[in-house]
Design a binder for this molecule. Structure first.
Ligand code: PAF
Length: 280
């Protein structure tokens, strides 16, 4: 495995045409599943690259950026063990040689209109689009793998790639969960014990929504479960899975939740369909 820090080191390591998994490090089993999926897509002779860069431009709270876990040595060991070919761990000056100012647009509508993560974390998707564009320009991958855990980010990246004709296939990796259902996330290690116990109500709320055949009742079931657990609710909604706008009546959509416990935000999502209740 090669650890590259610059564009020329990436080129020498053969990252071009690889299947890239962009990450911010603090790797866990959820990332490992994305690396395995990348390997399947690359095939036995193709190359898998993983970028590890805590992108300052997508954090809308300085404290969140400061406390984001940084575990580069352990991350590289995990990548080595999982057969990753290239780790790209650039210093900020390589990512943003002209400074960290985020370009103003153009962003796809799904990054600005839903009123979900876009509204709760102003500037977040502009930073994500900026870093993903830059990673694609530096590594020039054939395909890139993103986790469904960040469902809204996945839709934003897909829309950006389509709109800008970036020519990178976007592959979605299913969410990996702890035994009690909590979606794996690098931020979970920041949860204090009281909150770790409470946030299991998030996947349970998604299950409760699945048992309801009507959008309003499904949303109410999610909100009730989160309130009973004492979480700070940001949103618990059913939306169109791709546009993230209101789901058409009677059609399948995506259940999306954001809630807070202490200083940590937890987001999660699951498919939702009016027929889901009937099908159990
Ligand atoms: O999902 C993440 O870890 C980040 O948002 C990403 C895609 C690596 C961009 O910094």
């Amino acid at each position: 495995m090669v650890i590259a820090r610059t564009r020329s080191e990436l080129d020498a390591a053969g990252a071009m045409g690889s299947v890239l998994v962009p990450t911010m490090g603090a790797l866990h089993e959820g990332h490992a599943a994305l690396f395995r999926l990348a390997r399947e897509h690359a095939g036995p002779t193709g190359r898998v690259s993983v970028s590890i860069f805590v992108n300052p431009t997508q954090f809308n709270e300085a404290a969140d950026f400061d406390r984001y876990p940084r575990t580069l040595d352990a991350d590289c060991e995990i990548c080595e063990r999982l057969g990753v070919d290239v780790v790209f761990s650039p210093p900020p000056g390589v990512m943003y040689p002209e400074g960290e100012e985020v370009p103003v647009g153009p962003l796809p509508a799904v990054a600005t209109e839903p009123g979900l993560e876009d509204a709760r974390r102003p500037g977040h998707f502009a930073g994500v689009c900026q870093v993903v564009r830059r990673l694609f320009a530096l590594a020039r991958p054939r395909a890139a793998v993103f986790g469904e855990k960040d469902w809204q980010q996945l839709q934003v990246v897909r829309a950006m790639v389509r709109r800008e004709g970036l020519g990178v296939e976007i592959v979605a990796g299913p969410t990996v969960r702890e035994a009690d259902g909590l979606a794996m996330s690098s931020r979970n290690r920041l949860l204090e014990p009281r909150c770790r116990a409470a946030v299991v109500s998030v996947p349970r709320a998604l299950d409760a929504a699945r048992g309801e055949s009507d959008v309003a009742r499904a949303e109410e079931a999610m909100r009730r479960g989160l309130a009973e657990a004492g979480l700070g609710l940001e949103y618990a909604v059913i939306r169109d899975a791709e546009t993230l706008l209101g789901a058409a009546p009677g059609r399948a959509g995506r259940a999306l939740i954001a809630a807070r416990c202490g200083a940590v935000r937890v987001i999660d999502n699951a498919p939702w369909s009016p027929a889901g209740a009937a099908n159990g």
